[in-house]
Design a binder for this molecule. Structure first.
Ligand code: FMN
Length: 366
């Protein structure tokens, strides 16, 4: 299985499976001299960790990260950083049935057809357990960004879960960390919880949409043609398990707008250009403008559900399958910190690329 790496200068490779002894990431190209400790990474891991509420999988993992290389006396050395997370709560017997059967909507059949062999336990490499490694790598990126661009902030939250939608007028950033849905509306969290409880009790699952907001990103990141910042961010989000659609700014809704509605008019402010709106989502010509970067994506409903679904097995027989095991009733919840991590890795990678190409010089206005 090739292509387990992403990024150009800040390059992340993840390794490991759901029910192996451990999984992790190798981060290559991290600048030297950055303060980095396991304690810095842990809070990022805790936000993605399973088993923290009844709204997520009940698998219990501490997700303690160990830094095995690339850090000396509390600072990065510029050599590869090896991050390891042990798997401690595997329950492989839950997956006996899918050793020979293919869950509809999951990766089982595609892995079987491509490789002819798969670690079916917990979904093996296709399990979103892999995203723990991304979050660890994202925490390293955040440590570098903290030094290089102190004002930069990557924020992520849920905007939809099935029939439930965030009312943008009620957006409250402070609420995001204070409810199990990463929902920026404290008043709506109970209704979301009741809705998901209903879905779970009906032995079903539900899809979701997540938004990532990058504030304080300097202008000039990205390249105009094949390395558009939009492309890089969309690829990073699309690489997250279960993601089926990605939008930047107005996204698909741009199809309904006219040019007058969509133009982000520009004025000269005291500190440089100011935009009167942000339909573009902070990126023009593949390059960041300095406005907020807005990325949204949808995830499909969890395919592992307790309601019987028609499928086939490896012998080609038609069967009905109930997927046991511990599963997220809505994968969108734990996708929130994963998206934040991916965005942090992309922005840092683009920042380092931009320095390499332009040395950080900028066109002057005014
Ligand atoms: C954070 C997160 C948690 C997930 N949890 C589960 C889960 O508990 N059960 C499951 O069947 N799929 C889960 N998924 C989705 C599968 O990993 C994904 O559907 C599978 O790898 C097939 O890939 P695809 O959906 O991108 O085609 C999760 C995804 C994410 C992002």
């Amino acid at each position: 299985m090739s292509l387990n790496s992403f990024g150009h200068v800040f390059r992340v490779t993840t390794w490991g499976e759901s029910h192996g002894p451990a999984l992790g990431a190798v981060v290559d190209g991290c600048p030297p001299g950055v303060a980095l400790a396991e304690d810095w990474i842990q809070p990022f891991m805790d936000r993605r960790r399973p088993g923290t509420s009844k709204n997520t999988t009940q698998r219990q993992e501490a997700d303690r990260v160990r830094i095995l290389s690339g850090v000396f006396e509390g600072r990065t050395t510029g050599t590869p950083i090896m991050l390891m997370i042990e798997n401690t709560d595997q329950r492989s017997k839950d997956y006996g049935e899918i050793a020979q059967a293919f869950r509809p909507g999951h990766a089982d059949i595609a892995y079987h057809q491509k490789y002819g062999i798969r670690d079916y336990r917990g979904g093996g490499r296709s399990s979103a357990r892999e995203t723990a490694a991304r979050v660890a790598a994202g925490a390293v990126a955040q440590a570098v960004l903290r030094d290089l661009v102190p004002g930069l902030q990557v924020l992520s939250y849920m905007v939809q879960m099935g029939e439930m939608r965030l009312d943008p007028a009620r957006f409250d950033e402070a609420a995001i960390a204070a409810n199990p849905f990463f929902l920026p509306d404290a008043g709506a969290a109970q209704a979301w919880e009741d809705y998901l409880t209903g879905i779970r009790k009906a032995q079903n699952s539900v899809g979701a949409a997540v938004e990532v907001l990058i504030r304080g990103c300097p202008p000039g990141l990205g390249a105009p043609v094949y390395g558009k910042l939009d492309t890089e961010l969309a690829a990073a989000m699309m690489s997250i398990n279960a993601v089926k659609g990605v939008e930047i700014g107005e996204g698909m809704h741009a199809a309904a707008l006219t040019g007058t509605e969509n133009a982000d008019e520009i004025r000269m402010g005291p500190d440089g250009p100011e935009y009167l709106s942000n339909h573009a989502g902070g990126i023009l010509g593949g390059i960041s403008t300095g406005q907020d970067i807005v990325v949204r994506f949808s995830v499909k409903p969890t395919s592992s559900i307790l309601t019987p679904r028609r499928t086939i097995n490896a012998a080609g027989e038609e069967i009905e399958l109930i997927t046991k095991g511990r599963h997220d009733p809505c994968v969108g919840i734990r996708a929130v910190p994963v998206a934040e991590a991916m965005a942090a890795c992309v922005i840092l990678d683009q920042l380092l690329l931009d320095r390499a190409q332009t040395g950080g010089q900028r066109g002057r206005i005014g």
